[in-house]
Ligand binder design. Sequence first.
Ligand SMILES: Nc1nc2c(ncn2[C@@H]2O[C@H](COP(=O)(O)OP(=O)(O)OP(=O)(O)O)[C@@H](O)[C@H]2O)c(=O)[nH]1
Ligand SMILES: [Mg+2]
Length: 215
Amino acid sequence: MKNQKNIFGRTKFLTSAYKVSQLPDDTGLEIAIAGRSNAGKSTTLNTLVGNKKLAKVSKTPGRTQLLNCFDLGDNLRLVDLPGYGYAKVPKKIKAHWQHEINIYLQQRKSLIGVVIVMDIRHPLKEFDRQFLHWADQSGLYSHVLLNKSDKFKSGKRKAAFLEVKKEMANISRTATIQTFSGLKKEGIEELSKTLLSWYNDPSVAGLDNDIDEEE
Ligand SMILES: Nc1nc2c(ncn2[C@@H]2O[C@H](COP(=O)(O)OP(=O)(O)OP(=O)(O)O)[C@@H](O)[C@H]2O)c(=O)[nH]1
Ligand SMILES: [Mg+2]
C-alpha cells in the first residue's frame, strides 16, 4: 500500500447533479455521505478534507439539494447526498430526492460504501435504520458517525456510543461506528482510516485501486 496520508486533502469539487444520470461516469470507487437533514454531512466532508468552504453548510435544514460530487484523483470520489427526513421541504422535492437517492443506491456500480451521519442527540431514526439495513443487504460498507459529539460531556457521549453500537448490531452485521465532531474536528483520523481501508479493499468492484502518493 502506498502512502495515502493526505488523499483527502486533495479533494476538489467535481459536479452537482440534479439527477443520478448527470453524475460522472460510473467507474472507479465512490463513497456517499448520507444522513438526516442537518445532521452535519456537509460539515463532515469539509472537516475530512480540511476545507471549510468545499461543501455548503447551513443552519437551514435541507440545504444540500443536489448530489454534490467531489474528486480525490485516481478515480476516487465522495458524494454529499441531500438529507432525508426534513419535514419542511416541499413534498414534490422530497419525492424527487427520495426517487433519485433510491436510484443512486440501487444502480451506482462504483458505490462501495456509505457514511451515515447522525446527530448524537437523535440517533437511529427510521431512515437511518433503513439505510443501514439496505447497505448491509447490498454488501456495501457502512460507517456511522455520531456527529455533534461536542454537545455531550464524555460520560453521556460514551453511553450514547455504546447504546447505538448495540442497537445497530441488530440491523447490520458489518457496520462500524465512531463519535465525531465536525465543529471541534474530533475523530478525523478514525474516519479517514476507515474510508481509506474501503478504497483500498481490492475485492470491491474487483479493481486495481491502489492510490497514488501525494506529489
Ligand atoms: N455543535 C456542532 N454543530 C455542528 C456539527 N456539525 C455540523 N454542525 C452544525 O449543524 C448544522 C447543519 O450542518 P450541515 O453540515 O449543513 O448539515 P447537512 O447534514 O449537510 O444538512 P443538509 O445539507 O441540510 O442535509 C450547521 O449549523 C452546522 O454548523 C458539530 O460537530 N457540532
Ligand atoms: Mg449538506
